[in-house]
Design a protein around this ligand. Structure first.
Ligand SMILES: Nc1ncnc2c1ncn2[C@@H]1O[C@H](COP(=O)(O)OP(=O)(O)OP(=O)(O)O)[C@@H](O)[C@H]1O
Ligand SMILES: [Mg+2]
Length: 348
């Protein structure tokens, strides 16, 4: 009874606490916060204390342009917490922002948060504890591949298997779902961030040009390519010469970026093939019909569906609004909190 009364006054939320973006979803309201997982800190070098200056979009604007005593960090790395205290403050900020927007939290909310399939119990516990410390009443964890499948609209309850590949900033999650559960799930720490890093390294070694993280990401989004059918032209990029330290401009094209990305993309394909090999034969046969659905921001890399389709001989499609699938799936899972679905990773 008490639980029921509490639920009238609290609006439970789902958080996709991503390496690149944090998205907060509320049933009935949809996406209420969607911001980069970034925090700007001012550092007092004498006392070695850090103060939070900005979170989310405001912090991203400062990236690469801050004076010495200000640092912009991403407290999540590879899908898990790299800095516990800063993550807790970031979650607190996003909960506050969500509550200000909808003005309904009179009691702390229950929160569903996703975790990478490959995260350890210690990493999961850290996410749970930081959300509790940030003001949640109760925290339920769901595996990111399950959330992605739900949010992409896959028939997760069906006995017929479906496969989802979520390519985020820190991790690529591969999951096969059937009868409401994950029959296979794995994650590798190769995704959007690694691709940006490879682009930066390539431009430094081939063109002698140092570029920032934001430029590398921009190159990936504009002319990044995974397949020869996805040649999207060339662009001029600016950075600092490694030889004389002066500003310099060079031109690069899609096929050059594709070559540089070859090895990282092969690792993603390797993870997909491993999933296919590990799926029981009856379910693997279902995938011939249902194919593979891609979610996460990395799904938007030009030519990626074609590349995965060529490698697996399966039909590959990108889900609608791939960047929002995991958050929507966590939100759908909120509805099932009181049921006995196997969606949740129940941590004691
Ligand atoms: N058009 C695009 N082409 C290629 N990559 C893109 C595009 N748009 C976004 N991305 C990349 O998608 C990644 C962010 O995706 P997403 O928000 O799904 O990750 P995340 O959930 O924060 O990370 P994770 O799930 O690994 O913790 C970033 O690396 C971003 O650069
Ligand atoms: Mg994600």
């Amino acid at each position: 009874m008490f639980k029921k009364i509490l639920s009238w006054f609290s609006a439970d939320i789902a958080i996709d606490l991503g390496t690149a973006n944090t998205i907060v979803y509320m049933n009935g309201k949809g996406i209420i916060v969607d911001e980069p997982s970034m925090v700007a800190l001012s550092i007092d070098r004498n006392s070695m204390t850090k103060k939070i200056l900005a979170v989310g979009q405001e912090a991203k604007i400062m990236l690469g342009k801050t004076p010495g005593q200000i640092e912009v960090i991403r407290p999540m790395k590879d899908g898990v917490i790299a800095d516990f205290h800063v993550t807790e403050q970031m979650i607190k900020y996003f909960i506050k922002k969500a509550s200000d927007k909808v003005k309904v939290f009179s009691v702390p909310p229950t929160i569903v948060i996703c975790v990478p399939c490959g995260s350890t119990q210690v990493e999961r516990r850290a996410i749970k504890d930081s959300a509790l410390a940030a003001g949640a009443r109760k925290v339920e964890l769901i595996e990111e591949a399950m959330a992605a499948a739900l949010g992409a609209g896959l028939p997760v309850e069906s006995p017929q298997a479906s496969m989802v590949v979520d390519i985020g900033g820190g991790t690529t999650e591969v999951g096969v779902v059937s009868l409401g559960g994950l029959v296979y799930a794995d994650s590798i720490r190769i995704a959007g961030d690694r691709i940006d890093e490879v682009i930066s390294n390539h431009i430094r070694s081939k063109h002698g040009l140092l570029i920032g993280d934001a430029t590398a990401e921009d190159i990936k989004k504009r002319i990044g390519s995974a397949h020869k059918n996805a040649d999207v032209g060339e662009m001029k990029i600016r950075g600092r010469s490694v030889y004389d330290g002066l500003p310099k401009e060079v031109s690069i094209n899609s096929s050059e970026v594709r070559e540089a990305l070859h090895d990282s993309l092969e690792q993603i394909i390797g993870a997909v093939k491993k999933a296919l090999e590990s799926t029981p034969p009856e379910l693997a046969a279902d995938l011939i019909e249902s194919g593979i659905v891609l979610t996460g921001g990395g799904a938007l890399l030009n030519g990626l569906p074609e590349l995965i389709s060529d490698a697996t001989q399966l039909n590959v499609i990108v889900a609608e609004e791939p960047l929002l699938c995991v958050a929507k799936g966590c939100g759908m899972a909120l509805d099932y909190l009181s049921s006995n679905k196997v969606y949740f990773n129940r941590l004691k």
